[in-house]
Design a protein around this ligand. Sequence first.
Ligand SMILES: [Zn+2]
Length: 246
Amino acid sequence: MKRRSFIKKSSVSGLALALAPSLMVAKDRELEYSVLELMGKEDIQLYGEGINLRKEAHDAFLAMKKAAYSDGIDLKIVSSYRSFDRQELIWERKYIKYTEDKGMDPLTAIEKIIEYSTIPGTSRHHWGTDIDIIDGYRKTNGDVLVPEKFEAGGPFEDFKKWMDGNANKFDFHIVYTKDPKRRGFKYEPWHYSYAPISVPMLTAYRRLNIVQLLREEEFYGSEHFTTGFIKNYLRNNILDINTALL
Ligand SMILES: [Zn+2]
């Protein structure tokens, strides 16, 4: 009996293994991503020292970096993959700063944080497809991820021009565009996403019950998340992005 069930089991898994590669191709790509993976809670394989992206995104980034080099620009990653835990640290640090140091009420603090920072579990940086980049050749004081620094006269003016003309050729797209009608996160001229992976990941992400998943979390401020707030946040901050990435 035992042996029989073993044989049955192993032949089933053997069959699944044999079928797996072709099934993966036939299936929609978004089915490959787990809930934990989509929320930054899984140790995914990342490539490149100081790059930390999924293989395909890493390779595309290197090709883009090489092209930029020959035009005198050093594409330097400021931030790429970020785990749930890391995002939670960022979130809680800001929450404490706004509520305790600046005396804001919790909801005002949360609105302030989500101008630029994501709620843990909802960051595109969890996916290993998104990067914040600047021109490493240009020296500048203080924070580098400031929109003005990418405008005319700013240290990253040339970087911005180069990315406007070339990033799409390597399948990288800006996420939070300058469009004044766009809601959610403010304009981020430094944040790019590798579309061939991030588009199916976003599709997979949209199928999750984010309201429930976030309400199960316990980090500073999360007790103030209402269903309405989370739904608005998803509509504005997660989905009101560059349409090339939807
Ligand atoms: Zn970013």
